[in-house]
Write a protein that binds this ligand. Structure first.
Ligand SMILES: *[C@@H]1O[C@H](CO)[C@@H](O)[C@H](O)[C@H]1NC(C)=O
Ligand SMILES: *[C@@H]1O[C@H](CO)[C@@H](O)[C@H](O)[C@H]1NC(C)=O
Ligand SMILES: *[C@@H]1O[C@H](CO)[C@@H](O)[C@H](O)[C@H]1NC(C)=O
Ligand SMILES: *[C@@H]1O[C@H](CO)[C@@H](O)[C@H](O)[C@H]1NC(C)=O
Ligand SMILES: *[C@@H]1O[C@H](CO)[C@@H](O)[C@H](O)[C@H]1NC(C)=O
Ligand SMILES: CC(=O)N[C@H]1CO[C@H](CO)[C@@H](O)[C@@H]1O
Length: 308
């Protein structure tokens, strides 16, 4: 039988031992050893615009992707953008309206994302969800993250807003197990805010959206204080739209998959980046948000921009 003092010695010994053994550190982050020591604010990530709105049907005009979210992730997309709408009392991801394109419930979507994260423990992922109907972060959004078992993976910054230069490294986020960053375009900074649901425009500025000019002139379109724009990360909306004004009275803007190989190609992306870097202290974009991520050479361009 062990005496009480032997027990306390054993317990103390175990504690001392576990404190002495450093926690295993990630050696590959988002696929590259070089990215482990790189600040999250200093990496270019490819994003999938309307990630839930996928279809191979050429007549599905509201589709902005060909491949499903799991495939977008396996191709290397590390920002997933999606637009929320309530459908029959349940929060769904829908494009403009759930009658037009219903991508299913946010909870089912997040459950799918969670299985990717569980299978890929060394990946940092960004979620950019829009909240056009101003659903409560605390009462609507957080319970969905809880139900999808995502909450423990969410990154909570020490204070908001986070300066572009102040983000932790990918390695730090992976080691801490908090490797999902969640931005929301509207309603994240009210009295019912949630620490992991971050007000997008206080930390990320965006170029204009619904672009129909294939030269993608760069400007700062949506942003918010108190940080000056130069201390924000930034997102390029690099997707080309067609205005069907000649077919539909009043006009409607839709994405056009036939342009995607060119739009998502080296020349078009690099020209857009070159137009934007002067607005950002010569820094590359943090996020390149694309339609049809399975087309073109965007992942190779991102590798080049990341110096890999
Ligand atoms: C990361 O930092 C390097 C070196 O300062 C810079 O060239 C690059 O543009 C930065 N990338 C981003 C996304 O901030
Ligand atoms: C929640 O996810 C964690 C890993 O992130 C896992 O260990 C745990 O079993 C999951 N819980 C449920 C109820 O699925
Ligand atoms: C953001 O960080 C940069 C670099 O560390 C610093 O020069 C700048 O003053 C910071 N911005 C603010 C508003 O504190
Ligand atoms: C932002 O872009 C939208 C759509 O492209 C445009 O209607 C709006 O005027 C722009 N706003 C600013 C401040 O540039
Ligand atoms: C596109 O850029 C990538 C990355 O620099 C390069 O490997 C590839 O050869 C380029 N492709 C074309 C068609 O220029
Ligand atoms: C055309 C386009 O890509 N527009 C998107 C730009 O990004 C914001 C996401 O924050 C979307 O709301 C737009 O639909």
């Amino acid at each position: 039988m062990f005496s009480r003092s032997t027990w306390s010695l054993l317990c103390f010994g175990t504690l001392a031992l576990s404190a002495a053994i450093p926690k295993k550190r990630a050696t590959v982050c988002n696929g590259h050893a070089e990215l482990c020591d790189r600040s999250y604010g200093n990496v270019t990530f490819i994003g999938a615009h309307d990630s839930f709105a996928f279809s191979t049907d050429p007549l599905a005009l509201a589709a902005d992707q060909h491949v499903d979210v799991a495939t977008q992730l396996s191709l290397g997309a590390r920002l997933l953008q999606a637009q929320s709408h309530v459908n029959n009392g349940v929060l769904h991801f829908c494009h403009t309206s759930c009658l037009l394109f219903d991508g299913g419930s946010v909870q089912d979507y997040l459950t799918g994302v969670k299985s990717f994260l569980d299978a890929n423990p060394n990946e940092v992922l960004t979620l950019l969800f829009t909240n056009p109907e101003n659903q409560s972060p605390l009462n609507v959004w957080k319970p969905i993250f809880d139900a999808a078992n995502m909450t423990d993976l969410m990154y909570v910054p020490p204070s908001i807003p986070v300066n572009q230069s102040a983000w932790p490294t990918l390695g730090e986020m992976i080691d801490a197990g908090t490797r999902v960053v969640m931005f929301m375009d509207a309603g994240a900074d009210g009295s019912d805010s949630v620490p992991f649901i971050l007000p997008e425009f206080q930390m990320v500025w965006e170029t204009p959206f619904s672009n129909t000019d294939d030269t993608f002139p760069c400007s700062i379109n949506r942003t918010s204080g108190p940080l000056p724009d130069i201390d924000h990360m930034y997102l390029i909306n690099h997707s080309l739209n067609k205005n069907l004004a000649s077919f539909i009275p009043g006009g409607v803007i839709v994405s056009d998959p036939s342009d995607a190989p060119t739009t998502n190609g080296n020349a078009s992306i690099l020209a857009n980046v070159a137009g934007c870097t002067p607005l950002a202290g010569n820094r590359n974009p943090n996020f390149l948000l694309l339609d049809f991520v399975d087309e073109g050479t965007a992942f190779a361009v991102a590798g080049q921009l990341n110096g890999l």
